[in-house]
Design a protein around this ligand. Structure first.
Ligand code: CA
Ligand code: CA
Length: 209
């Protein structure tokens, strides 16, 4: 390794530490309040195939993790399907390319950021607002049926992508420090490897789609 390469690498560690510190400070500003050590409440409600964007009535703050699970069947005269929709027919009418009749989510006032939920998704709220859902369909012949959606909203006080609840109750990391062990990697980055072994679990944030 040349001295130039070595010098460049040694400069990256403090830069990353500063970035992690800034991440924690910004998250702290965005999510003022006590650490959430209890499992978040579950809200269950229907989302109907024959309606447009439907307000769940649940509001979130920026930086919170929105955990969605859905089950049931809906559809139209072309057939019924579950929350994943019809994988062979994709549509992009709402700002996201997703299977037809798949379950979509967005926040109020955020028309240009729509997420495909499918059966399960964990989405970090990029802004405060109410959570809306609908099916990925515009004009459908005789839309019918409804999905049952279960929603949990979890605080992520240090903003690294793991909820306070999971950090305290499952992983044993510090919910107020993005880099609990000072290795230069966020807790979420370190836990990601363990998650690959144990499965999706709950409240794992998805990357933006
Ligand atoms: Ca966290
Ligand atoms: Ca943490």
């Amino acid at each position: 390794m040349t001295s130039l390469q070595s010098d460049s690498k040694s400069k990256q560690a403090p830069l990353k530490s500063m970035a992690l510190l800034l991440l924690g400070l910004l998250a702290g500003c965005a999510t003022l309040g006590p650490v959430q050590s209890q499992r978040p409440l579950e809200y269950v409600f229907p989302v109907h195939a024959d309606r447009g964007w439907q307000n769940s009535g649940i509001s979130v703050r920026r930086g919170e993790i929105i955990h969605c699970m859905a089950e049931g069947q809906w559809g139209d005269d072309f057939g019924l399907c579950g929350p994943r929709g019809q994988p062979r027919t994709r549509r992009g009418n709402f700002g996201v390319e997703a299977p037809a009749n798949g379950l979509l989510m967005r926040l109020s006032g955020q028309t240009n950021r729509v997420y495909f939920v499918g059966e399960q998704a964990n989405i970090v709220a990029e802004r405060p607002g109410h959570v809306f859902f609908r099916g990925n369909a515009t004009v459908a012949p005789n839309p019918r049926g409804a999905l049952q959606v279960t929603l949990m909203v979890a605080r992520d006080s240090d903003g690294e992508g793991l909820s306070d609840y999971e950090e305290l109750q499952i992983w044993g990391t510090d919910p107020l420090r993005a880099d609990s062990d000072g290795t230069g990697f966020t807790d979420e980055e370190i836990i990601a490897d363990r998650r690959r072994l144990v499965g999706e679990g709950i409240l794992r944030p998805s990357r933006p789609r």
